[in-house]
Design a protein around this ligand. Sequence first.
Ligand code: FRU
Length: 484
Amino acid sequence: MAHVNVQSQVKLDAKLSNESLYRPRFHFTPKQGWMNDPNGMIFLNGQYHLFFQHYPDGTVWGPMHWGHATSNDLVQWKEQPIALYPDSIGMIFSGSAVLDKNNTSGLGRGGVAPLVAIYTQHNMPGEKAGRTDFQNQSIAYSLDEGKTWTKYAGNPVLKTPNLKDFRDPKVIWHEPTQKWIMNLAVADHVEFYSSPNLMNWRKESEIGKNLFAHGGVWECPDLLHFNVNGKTIWVLLVSMNPGGPNGGSATQYIVGDFDGHAFKPYATDIKWMDYGPDNYAGVTFSNVGERNILIGWMSNWNYANVVPTEKWRSAMTVPRELSLVQQSLNANANSDEFLLVSSPVKELKNAFTEITLKENSIPNRIDLKDIKIKDFEIILSNTFNEKLVVGYHADKKQFYIDRTNAGVSNFNQGFAAVAVAPRLSYAMKMDLSILLDKTSIELFADGGRTVMTALFFPTFPYTKWELVSKEKMAPSSMNLYSFK
Ligand code: FRU
């Protein structure tokens, strides 16, 4: 009987295109071609704009453009024409976008405030020739909400001091000093520059040499602030590749004060925004008021170029709301630390409908409340004996995602592995929210104190899921949802 079963599945399998097997349902992917980092994310007149590192003519990394997509609700994205093409200065690497409300740049016309993109230009011939001045910062502006862009004639606006890694400008308006602040990744540290007009930049300070995690090169920084009980607390996000907690690419964060000149960290321990292997280069939206909404690139440089999708490569994480909570990181300590927590944005809630428990249907979202701190596993599987396991090990105080047997993994040696993450909460009960798409799992535990994002590529969709807990984790509620 089992044999017959497998045969019929194989026939079905043959009918499933790579597209229907792997194209995510609620994570952004480009229609075709390569994608990496999110860039220039900004909210403008009711629309969220997502630009992204894009090579439209191939499914591996290549000459970088800025692709473009828009959304009214942070859930459904509509791909738009390419925003920025490579030019004689170089490819268009990662960067950000701001709305220049006061027209400080003078690039506005007829009362229209310019949307200004600030990005790195990477000059490939220069790199190949062994030069050290191939990464410089340029700007472009749009007067029609990002539809068309004009590159500034005076580019580049910030030249490298002959440092090979000098990239990924994230610009914010610093209200107290009435200046633009750019944070830039420079190999093993972040540099802060200030400008009155987005064109003339002056170095203010730097942070990070010999502090924090240094297993790889620093990339894609972001500087954000939170209001905690009336006090402004700053967070510096820094992506790093390799050297992540589970190998390859990952994003660390640093909490401290920023006065428009220098960033002063409160502590020098290493903290990870997401412990999973597949959330990189995440940055936040501009122009969304007090909210801090992050999207990350849901891949890892260890294998991004070889994952088994055919028409496109890579997806983004779901948009996540970031906040800061104060808690002790040591059960006995009496001093509190700030922890960066993430959860799927509230907009995403409306995109799911609650479903009842059915044995053979896989929910897209599983929420468990007030779990007892016991070992448990959630196992997703198909009839080919492929399974993805997400679980908790109480003795080790560790979450894990086991994709050793989850499906196709021969494209990369380290892919079939178990990723682990510490539980950071000391609460007596735990809550979990899990998002499941065709090739990704996003785990938010303890209100987002521990987060893990991981990809997987089953050869046939998982058709079964079970919650296994010998010691009875006894959640007060379990809610299952399906993406509408
Ligand atoms: C991060 C990164 C950036 C760079 C871009 C190039 O993933 O390496 O530092 O700007 O990708 O595509």
